[in-house]
Design a protein around this ligand. Structure first.
Ligand SMILES: Nc1ncnc2c1ncn2[C@@H]1O[C@H](COP(=O)(O)OP(=O)(O)OP(=O)(O)O)[C@@H](O)[C@H]1O
Ligand SMILES: [Mg+2]
Length: 461
């Protein structure tokens, strides 16, 4: 497929220049339109976009500089080349400063003209590519790559979809690896703010003083080391969305400050007195139970209510096991592509192990398991998966057998733990431990032998 011909608009009040350009540009294969003033150029552009404008500087009416300014403001992707007379090189310099791609000095040399035009068009193609990539990034953070068909996660999609359009604060909660960050991006990219910035700050990663200056910014000299003014995340997110990640970790005194900013829509940088208005949509994420944190005195009740306007709890993976096959398929495809493998599927036995696993690390954990499976896979089928060991206690609590254990193993493990604990409590006196366990002394002794427990070791360990 041949690329579409680039369209060029020539703006010059000198008829001779116009026709010379027309001949040369057409010969070079471009589509050309000619006008004789900035005003006409603006009209022509309103009718039809062009890739490149080649304009004289000095013309009756608004002139070339005004046209350049207009284009920079309203059509930033259109490239502009300015033409100036021999005696007016300063004009060319000014034009470059104001965003022209290039300039040509009259009288025009045909070769130079074509070279300059090619360069500007390449620049334009690059810009278009960047724009396209940005659009793809946005798409990635819509719902397109968030997988889930079970009702509990569909409910999350619904809630995110419903709240995105507003500017309400959103509170996302859920255990680690359930997609809080993913959904917070979806809130942004499905909102009218999608063209604004999406900024995230991990509140758990910073000590308090740094956290405040990261959130609210600081003035030069606000503290030792503040060698220049710094705009905080709130300011950086102006016009967009700010994710306050791991919000449950914010210290109480910073919570006060945060609440004030959320309520007033204004802030002062650390060490500053100027009040700065901000227009930021806040999404907060945490894996803590904030209500419990409030009860425990670690989270301010007023801030909690402020954040709890639109709460979206995200279910853990073990609450939606039926999504595992879908997720597995998604990650197989993703990592097969990334690691240049030709993995198509997973063996049924491996899948049933995945279905039976507890997934304390949720989707992040599943994703890693599949990635590793893909990397180790030689053919088209992942035949086995390496599951991280789940804490046996956690597994038993969830009614699952710990990885790699049979019921007999799990019972023996529980039996051993109960006996060891009783022996410890009773300082190794077996008669008392037996009473505590509700069995005879000889029965206890039999079990100690069977399990290979060495009494004096466990008592003094
Ligand atoms: N529904 C989903 N579909 C596809 N991928 C998902 C889904 N949910 C989460 N993931 C993937 O799992 C990983 C963890 O997700 P994310 O970082 O959003 O979790 P989180 O809840 O913020 O975890 P943490 O509390 O540990 O920060 C990411 O790689 C993300 O792309
Ligand atoms: Mg996260």
């Amino acid at each position: 497929m041949t690329p579409p011909r680039a369209r060029i608009l020539v703006v010059d009040d000198d008829r001779a220049v116009r026709s010379a350009l027309r001949v040369n540009l057409k010969k070079a294969g471009y589509e050309v339109r000619l006008v004789s003033s900035a005003e006409e150029a603006i009209e022509a552009l309103a009718e039809r976009e062009v890739d490149l404008v080649v304009s004289d500087v000095k013309m009756p009416g608004r002139g070339g500089m005004a046209l350049l300014e207009e284009l920079r403001e309203h059509r930033p992707e259109t490239r502009v080349i300015m033409m100036t007379g021999h005696g007016n090189v300063e004009d060319a310099v000014t034009a470059m400063k104001q965003g022209a791609s290039d300039y040509i000095i009259k009288p025009i040399s045909k070769n130079e003209l074509l070279l300059v035009i090619q360069r500007a068009l390449r620049e334009r193609a690059l810009l278009a590519e960047v724009k396209q990539l940005r659009a793809e990034v946005k798409e990635r953070f819509g719902f397109e790559n968030i997988i889930g068909a079970t009702p509990s996660i569909q409910r999350v999609f619904e809630l995110v979809g419903a709240v995105a359009a507003s500017s309400a604060i959103v509170l996302l909660t859920g255990p680690t690896g359930t997609g809080k960050e993913l959904f917070s991006r979806a809130v942004h990219y499905r909102s009218p703010r999608r063209d604004g910035p999406f900024i995230a700050i991990n509140c758990a990663a910073l000590p308090q003083s740094l956290l405040e200056s990261e959130l609210f910014g600081h003035e030069k000299g606000a503290f030792t080391g503040a060698i220049r003014q710094h705009r905080g995340k709130f300011e950086q997110a102006d016009g967009g969305t700010l994710l306050l990640d791991e919000l449950g970790e914010v210290p109480l005194s910073t919570q006060v400050r945060l609440l004030r900013v959320l309520e007033s829509g204004e802030l002062q940088r650390v060490g500053g007195s100027e009040t700065i208005k901000i227009d930021v949509r806040v999404v907060a994420a945490t894996n803590r139970d904030l209500r419990a944190e409030v009860k425990a005195g670690r989270f301010r009740e007023d801030l909690f209510y402020r954040l709890n306007v639109f709460h979206i709890p995200i279910p853990s993976l073990s609450e939606r096991r039926d999504d595992i096959p879908l997720l597995v398929e998604h990650f197989l495809e993703k990592y097969s592509k990334r690691h240049k493998r030709s993995v198509q599927r997973i063996a049924p036995a491996a899948m049933s192990r995945l279905m039976g696993h507890l997934w304390p690390g949720n989707i992040r954990e599943l994703e890693h398991v599949i990635e590793r499976g893909v990397i180790l896979c030689q053919g088209a089928e992942v035949t086995d998966v390496l599951l991280p060991e789940t804490e046996p206690e956690l597994a038993l609590e969830a009614g699952l057998l710990p990885a790699g254990q049979t019921l007999t193993d799990a019972l023996a493990e529980t039996e051993r733990r109960l006996i060891v604990e009783s022996l410890k409590l009773d300082k190794g006196v077996q008669a008392r431990a037996a009473r505590r366990l509700g069995i005879s002394r000889s029965n206890l002794n039999y079990r100690i032998q069977k399990l290979g427990i060495i009494v004096k070791d466990v008592v003094y360990e």
